[in-house]
Design a protein around this ligand. Structure first.
Ligand code: PGA
Length: 252
């Protein structure tokens, strides 16, 4: 039985008290890990240690970014070792908002994944095409290029131990999720490309971009969709719980 992942990306939201309230609410509606479903939340850096100290019982912790170096003169940055130290098990790398705003490249994202794994964090590597790229029929080409460059920088072994999130940029925060056919097609293309690169282990592939309680079950029914990276809906306890429950139901 393959494991499903439901990962909440809280982005730049929630003060510590609000983060604690959300965790309590998630626990109370049973939005926690299960035998075949891993539930992960990725709060802002400022809430991480508060949540660890409070106790997460069945919810794993991830960060939204890390630097490529262990320590040093990098003002404003946070290393994978520091994230491990505050209780993280995962780290998102290469989110499209960071590709857009911090101009992160695939090579840099690959180096972040390598660094994260060296310090015991499992990277959640984001890839995905822009609207114009999809409209001009370049989706597979873009995914191939991104993954090839990440593998070149990180090595196939690192990618085989990571999680990959397919997040079409046009679907993020727009309410316009990919259809199940579009998601399955992109995931199958990613899997085929990983095979070509001798990534033999079955890498969990998550879909992200306007995932809601209403569309989660359909997405989880796709043979190559192993879970979801959830933004906006991860801030609403009941909605996130419904997504977690849909993941559980899909394993039965
Ligand atoms: P969204 O964000 O679910 O709000 O579209 C997903 C993401 O950015 O990871």
């Amino acid at each position: 039985m393959r494991t499903r992942f439901v990962v909440g990306n809280w982005k730049m939201n929630l003060l510590r008290g609000e983060a604690l309230e959300l965790i309590e609410a998630l626990k109370s509606v049973d939005a926690v890990s299960h035998e075949h479903v891993s539930v992960v939340v990725c709060p802002p850096f400022t809430a991480l240690s508060t949540l660890t100290e409070h106790g997460l019982q069945g919810i794993e912790l991830g960060a939204q970014n890390c630097h490529v170096s262990q320590k040093g003169a990098f003002t404003g940055e946070v290393s994978a070792e520091m994230l491990r130290d505050v209780g993280c098990s995962y780290v998102i790398v290469g989110h499209s908002e960071r590709r857009r705003d911090q101009h992160e490249t695939d090579a840099e994202i690959g180096r972040k994944a390598l660094h994260a794994l060296q310090f015991g964090l499992r990277p959640i590597i984001c890839v995905g095409e822009q609207l114009e790229e999809r409209q001009s029929g370049m989706t597979h080409e873009v995914l191939h290029r991104q993954i090839s460059e990440i593998i070149e920088a990180a090595g196939a072994d690192v990618v085989s131990k990571s999680v990959i999130a397919y997040e079409p940029v046009w679907a993020i925060g727009t309410g316009l999720a990919a259809t199940t056919e579009q998601a399955q097609d992109a995931h199958a293309a990613i899997r085929a490309h990983l095979d070509q690169h001798a990534v033999t282990h079955r890498v969990p592939l998550l879909y992200g971009g306007s995932v809601t309680a209403a569309n989660a079950a359909g997405l989880f029914s796709c043979p190559d969709v192993d879970g979801a990276l959830v933004g906006g809906a991860s801030l609403k306890a009941m909605e996130f719980a419904q997504i977690v429950h849909a993941a559980r139901d899909s394993t039965r």
